[in-house]
Design a protein around this ligand. Structure first.
Ligand SMILES: Cc1cc2nc3c(=O)[nH]c(=O)nc-3n(C[C@H](O)[C@H](O)[C@H](O)COP(=O)(O)OP(=O)(O)OC[C@H]3O[C@@H](n4cnc5c(N)ncnc54)[C@H](O)[C@@H]3O)c2cc1C
Length: 539
């Protein structure tokens, strides 16, 4: 805490105390930096602090979706389930903060509103909404890819007499839907997770669906002692193996075949086995070309649509639930626990708002073009302004007063997803142009944080005061990211990967989809060649 008008002087400022911010603090302290973390929320954990909706859980197995940097940490922590639930992941984040004594450098309830680069001194001044200022040579944005919730601007929301919630801003004390008529808007990952849980409580649940999404079963189960101990006995091996995979997840050997190499009968068997195993990576790894060949992808889509038809008793509801506007896996493939089965319940109604659009939120509920639905509560599962939202929410100004918002007006441009030219000494963790959301994100976070810490240590050793991305290197990287994406089916979907969920957002495919393994090699080579593609300047 600083006095009015004074600035706290630091070596590095980290914005955000999710998994990225926590690990960055630990690493930068380790190389001797004076560091503070500024966090908007009341506590640590980021995603897992904010997303407390019923059913929230990870879709990467917990033994993998956890830090790998400390053998003690990974051995001592016990995950209760294969895919652990939000309260357990939040407990883990808090455990890490305590275990590594991180809290003394984390300032909570500090929303950062601006970051300004001083070219004379090569330092950033970072200001919070409360008027505090912090100054440091390095600024690390650990602000998250999915941390700026998006509430759609339906007319009338402010007049609604009931309660409304957003999945990413869920009340800490939880919500009891017992005996209430509830509307869920949105059927992406969060909607698919919350709908079965809310249906168990609500008197009646109305699901307002615009786009049907693919979902495969999680086949979640309690962690057994044998599974846990077996994995932990070879943890180092599994972590190393994960580093050599595109998704940062071990245990899924690359599939040898293309989908059309198999007969329809053999394919059905493969998909059935994957369906029974559970997990989205497992399913998408049925064949090696599911994300690059439309005909191959169609076979997986047909299989999942047939599954929906077999699970959902009402053929018309089943038809509405069958995705038909994007190849499977080109939007985040949802992982569910009884999602399609939920539509067999008497207290659940699916409303197709593509054919009968939402006109407004009324005092009593929600009005579509043809009728009004009386509701006591609305849960928005409408996602986030992904990947760029939290960064652009801060007024970031670099060298020569360059505003990030201006620079990215037509879409994000970065070198390696780590820096953007003109904003020296400002690093992004899992920024656009890096594998980020297309991977086990904790693996991607660790790779970025390790790289950044090594880079800062190098700069300090060499007496270099400023690092900036070279504009030509950035252009080449942006082109490469696009080329890689264009060779896949990803750009065919109107997904949040291209910003399609935010009206007016430039349509740019943001993640780097060549794989975390390939990306890691590129980043290591850049560092080994004295930070090729970066401009290093001055003492
Ligand atoms: C419901 C849900 C489920 C997910 N499941 C998985 C999964 O299974 N596997 C996976 O790999 N990934 C998953 N993700 C992605 C998840 O976001 C990452 O795995 C990971 O938690 C990101 O960590 P982070 O620290 O980068 O960002 P976050 O956890 O988003 O943390 C960012 C922090 O920065 C803070 N912040 C942002 N802006 C400011 C500001 N201006 N001032 C101060 N503080 C600020 C936020 O309050 C937040 O606490 C999921 C995401 C969601 C929403």
């Amino acid at each position: 805490m600083i006095k009015q008008g004074a600035k706290t002087e630091l070596d590095a400022i980290i914005v955000g105390a999710g998994f990225a911010g926590l690990y960055t603090l630990h690493k930068l302290r380790g190389i001797g930096l004076r560091v503070k973390v500024l966090e908007a929320g009341k506590g640590v954990g980021g995603t897992w602090f904010w997303n407390r909706y019923p059913g929230a859980r990870c879709d990467v197995e917990s033994l993998e979706y956890s830090y790998s940097f400390s053998e003690e940490l990974q051995q001592e922590w016990n995950w209760p389930e294969r895919f652990s639930a939000q309260p357990d992941i939040l407990r883990y984040a808090n455990h890490v903060a305590d275990r590594l004594d991180l809290r003394r450098d984390i300032l909570s309830e500090r929303r950062v509103v601006s970051a300004t680069f001083d070219e004379l001194n090569d330092r950033w001044t970072v200001c919070t909404a409360g008027g505090e200022a912090f100054e440091a040579r390095f600024c690390i944005m650990a602000t998250g890819n999915l941390s700026l919730p998006r509430v759609p601007d339906f007319p009338g929301l402010k007049n609604f007499k009931g309660d409304w919630y957003h999945s990413g801003l869920w009340p800490e004390e939880g919500v009891d839907f017992t005996g209430r008529r509830v509307g869920v808007i949105g059927t992406g990952s969060s909607g698919v997770q919350m709908i079965p849980e809310i249906a168990k409580q609500a008197e009646h649940l109305f699901v307002f669906q615009r786009t049907a999404n693919f979902s495969v079963p999680g086949m979640n189960r309690p962690m057994t002692y044998e599974a846990e101990q077996g994995h932990k006995a070879r943890y180092a091996y599994w972590r190393e193996a994960a580093k050599r995979t595109p998704f940062g997840i071990a245990g899924h050997p690359p599939p040898p075949k293309t989908a059309l190499e198999d007969t329809p009968e053999a394919r059905a068997e493969v998909y059935e086995r994957k369906w029974g195993t559970g997990g989205n990576i497992s399913f998408l790894y049925a064949y090696k070309d599911l994300l690059t060949d439309k005909a191959a992808n169609d076979t997986a889509c047909d299989f999942v649509r047939a599954k929906i038809r077999s699970i959902v008793r009402d053929p018309e509801i089943a038809r509405l639930l069958m995705p038909n506007d994007h190849p499977i896996g080109t939007k985040r493939l949802c992982l569910d626990n009884g999602y399609f089965e939920t539509y067999n319940r008497d207290n659940v109604t699916l409303v197709d708002v593509r054919s009968d659009p939402i006109i407004e939120i009324s005092e009593q509920g929600l009005r579509t073009k043809t009728r009004e639905y009386r509701l006591d509560a609305i849960a928005f599962a409408t996602g986030f302004d992904a990947m760029t939202g939290a960064l652009l929410d801060i007024d970031i100004r670099g060298a020569g007063g360059l505003r990030l918002a201006d620079k990215w007006a037509h879409g994000p441009r970065t070198y390696l997803g780590l820096m953007t030219a003109g904003l020296p000494n400002l690093f992004m963790i899992t920024g656009p142009g890096s594998p980020s959301v297309k991977t086990n994100m904790i693996a991607s976070i660790e790779q970025h944080v390790d790289w950044i810490a090594d880079c800062i240590a190098y700069l300090r050793r060499e007496g270099i005061g400023r690092i900036d991305a070279d504009a030509a290197a950035e252009d080449a990287w942006v082109e490469h990211v696009n080329q890689v994406a264009d060779a896949t089916l990803y750009p065919l979907a109107n997904s949040w990967y291209v910003g399609a969920n935010i009206p007016g957002k430039p349509r740019v495919f943001m993640p780097y989809v060549a794989g975390l393994d390939k990306y890691r090699v590129i980043c290591d080579a850049v560092a080994a060649e004295s930070y090729r593609g970066f401009k290093l300047m001055g003492a």
